[in-house]
Design a protein around this ligand. Structure first.
Ligand SMILES: Nc1ncnc2c1ncn2[C@@H]1O[C@H](COP(=O)(O)OP(=O)(O)OP(=O)(O)O)[C@@H](O)[C@H]1O
Ligand SMILES: [Mg+2]
Length: 287
């Protein structure tokens, strides 16, 4: 993406975002931008405030201070209005309708883009049936895009974990976003699934959708991201290209433990895997 230094158009702009829970400041005065066409990584240790920051961006939390703008307009802190504006997300803890089919889950994701509302979609009222055909075609396109078209009639709860994560992405894409936020998209995936997800994120970006992703898998983040921001104890410590972030002493001290040099070698890879095994899902769910 950084081939030519043409002008950059901000898609998302967070200004001075702070989120306090009682005495705890989970996010502190964070300025953050995602530009059109970018894949941006957000990393940091467990409890750094990454998910809380996502929740501030998507209207799930009303930030204690600061504003979030999408394409130049300040967003009201209401999830459905944020989705309608063009930001879609997936969750660290998968949130699918477990007893609905794969196709139905994607159709529900389309409710902000059809005249009929969520309840109409869920209850399948008369208005929904009319809009259904077009919606279903689009949903099937998305299922083909993520490679789950053959499982359209399976119940979401019967999918393996990695496919549930992919289905969440399809559901998010169904709202036709301009920006997609992914909270730990590869958590629980095996290396092959992670690799496929990497390709999927590139393909999403190539469709003109900017991507902001939280991940603990460092290779995944540094391979994918045009820029990486590091959050430590709620504050943005460093931001830059993968090379800049990997070389920054403060990041190494705060988070990585060991410097990365280009492609990690086998020893580093093993260390990172061990570190990841120790840092992921060690605590309760914070959504
Ligand atoms: N709703 C809440 N009420 C009170 N404290 C919260 C709430 N949500 C998050 N926190 C706290 O805010 C801090 C940041 O949590 P958050 O989940 O944002 O971290 P994270 O960077 O996403 O971590 P992880 O990598 O483990 O997912 C933690 O101390 C957490 O306990
Ligand atoms: Mg989190």
């Amino acid at each position: 993406m950084s081939t030519m230094t043409t002008e950059t158009t901000p898609v998302l702009e967070a200004r001075n975002v702070t989120m306090r829970f009682g005495g705890l400041t989970a996010v502190r005065s964070v300025d953050f931008t995602v530009n059109a066409g970018e894949i941006v990584g957000l990393i940091g240790p467990n409890g750094a405030g990454k998910t809380t920051f996502f929740n501030c961006l998507t209207g799930l939390y009303v930030p204690t201070e600061g504003t979030v703008s999408y394409q130049g307009t300040v967003l009201p802190p209401k999830p459905h209005l944020v989705t309608k504006a063009g930001i879609a997300r997936t969750f660290q803890n998968i949130r699918l309708f477990a007893n609905m089919t794969v196709l139905e889950n994607v159709l529900v994701g389309r409710h902000t883009r059809t005249k009929e509302g969520l309840w109409s979609a869920l209850l399948r009222g008369p208005g929904f049936k009319k809009a259904e055909k077009a919606s279903e075609e689009r949903a099937m396109e998305l299922l083909e895009f993520i490679g789950l078209e053959a499982k359209r009639d399976h119940l979401a709860r019967n999918l393996p974990y990695g496919e549930q994560r992919k289905l969440e992405i399809a559901r998010a894409l169904a709202s036709e976003p301009g920006l997609l936020l992914l909270d730990e998209p590869t958590a629980g995936m095996n290396p092959q699934e992670t690799r496929a997800t990497e390709e999927l994120v590139f393909a999403i970006r190539d469709k003109g959708i900017a991507v902001l992703l939280i991940e603990h898998d460092m290779r995944f983040v540094f391979n994918l991201s045009d820029r990486v921001a590091v959050l430590v104890q709620g504050e943005k410590l460093v931001e830059g290209t993968s090379e800049v972030v990997q070389a920054d002493e403060r990041v190494i001290a705060a988070y990585l433990g060991e410097p990365f040099e280009g492609d990690p070698g086998a020893a580093e890879t093993a260390e990172v895997d061990a570190a990841e095994a120790g840092t992921t899902s060690t605590k309760g769910e914070a959504q």
